[in-house]
Ligand binder design. Structure first.
Ligand code: ZN
Length: 389
């Protein structure tokens, strides 16, 4: 904001001075413009910033020396959310026939971003496509096109754009591509086209073998089609891909084992998981349930007490209180209930998911962060409740 107040009158004044220096050609204009400049200053001094801005912007002459100033001003207005002004400045710039190809390209890129900010996706899209056709600023134009197609959920177009981006830059879009395939698979599943969904999920895994989402979706699909054995294999894959997501697949995995009648196998698997991924509470809580069902409550209580001694965890404490409530006499239950309520409130107040890129927190899982628009950066918070970075 302060920068704008500094930049705008100075830019307007320097344009006026330049015109004055350049002699007769601008003599008449200069005389006309001097009062306009002071009118602008007057608005500024009388705390009428909106009117002052319009006067100064009107005063700015577009020539090869002030193009940068126009671009900077337009950018500043867009960042401040004054998209109409940004659009006016950039449109005014583009209308000038004297711009170089590079300058025109930059102005088109800025105008496209103004349109995006204003939600005019169609207009932005055609500008970014035009830049691609003109072969200038292709990479930023494609990156913006990708943002538009993601917002519009045009996943096939996203796939086309990342192919072009990979050819232009050294960056790999394998992880993003996997998510686009997952989105398409979800649409196919919505149409009950299971074969197509399966094919797309295989493509997702081919693009990014570490894609947790593809494994989860593949497992859900197999489970829905009655293939519990292959669903169990796919759910188990998640733990190897990213232990933070174990809690996401466990409820469905447990149902599959129950349907197959393989609870003993499940118990062994959960014991292995808890040993391997110390500090992740989800397999521990599932194991406590299974121990309670298969070997009795005392064994479950003993195991959880030992575990929490080594790895303190709020969700673990909540379960410990539940177990103690079940085995305590009615007269002893009041303090435990109070403690349980406090822990439940602490858990409900905290977020369950955190973006490792921007610190966005959420109660439910997003594969694309609504804060920074990155894919696969939001993860379940494991262990102690973390503070967002
Ligand atoms: Zn984020």
């Amino acid at each position: 904001m302060e920068l704008l107040w500094l930049l705008l009158p100075v830019a307007a004044f320097s344009g006026w001075m330049a015109a004055r220096r350049s002699g007769n050609r601008h003599e008449a204009r200069r005389d006309e413009r001097a009062p306009i400049y002071f009118r602008g200053l007057n608005f500024l001094l009388n705390e009428q910033p909106d009117k002052a801005i319009d006067v100064f912007v009107e005063m700015l002459e577009v020539d090869s020396e002030t193009v940068e100033t126009h671009l900077a001003l337009g950018n500043l207005f867009r960042r401040r959310g004054e998209v109409d002004r940004a659009i006016r400045i950039h449109q005014n710039l583009i209308a000038r026939p004297t711009l170089s190809r590079e300058q025109r390209g930059l102005a088109l890129l800025e105008l496209g971003q103004d349109y995006m900010r204003a939600g005019l996706h169609d207009r932005a899209e055609s500008l970014f496509k035009e830049l691609g056709d003109l072969n200038i600023h292709q990479q930023p134009a494609l990156e913006n096109l990708l943002l538009i197609y993601q917002k519009e959920r045009e996943w096939q177009k996203c796939l086309d754009v990342v192919r072009q981006l990979e050819a232009l830059s050294r960056r790999s879009y394998a992880m993003e591509r996997a998510h686009y395939y997952c989105e398409l698979a979800q649409q196919a599943r919505g149409r009950h086209d299971m074969k197509q969904a399966e094919l797309l999920l295989r493509k997702a895994q081919g693009s990014d073998p570490a894609c947790v989402r593809a494994s989860l979706m593949q497992a859900d699909l197999a489970a829905a089609r009655g293939g519990c054995k292959s669903a169990i294999a796919a759910y188990r894959k998640v733990a190897g891909q990213d232990p933070a997501f174990i809690g996401e697949m466990l409820p469905a995995l447990i149902v599959c084992h129950q349907q197959e009648g393989t609870q003993r196998e499940l118990l062994d698997y959960l014991q292995g998981l808890s040993r391997k991924h110390q500090g992740v509470i989800a397999p521990v809580l599932a194991l406590v349930d299974q121990l309670g069902e298969q070997q009795g409550r005392e064994r479950a209580r003993e195991y959880l007490g030992d575990y929490l001694g080594k790895h303190p965890d709020l969700r673990g404490v909540a379960r410990l209180i539940e177990l103690d409530l079940q085995r305590s006499a009615a007269s002893d239950q009041e303090p435990l209930r109070l403690l349980g309520n406090i822990v439940a409130k602490l858990l409900a107040a905290g977020p369950a998911y955190l973006c490792g890129n921007c610190g966005f927190t959420a109660k439910s899982l997003h594969w694309q962060c609504p804060g920074c628009m990155s894919w696969s950066t939001i993860k379940p918070i494991t262990g102690l409740v973390e503070e967002p970075r």
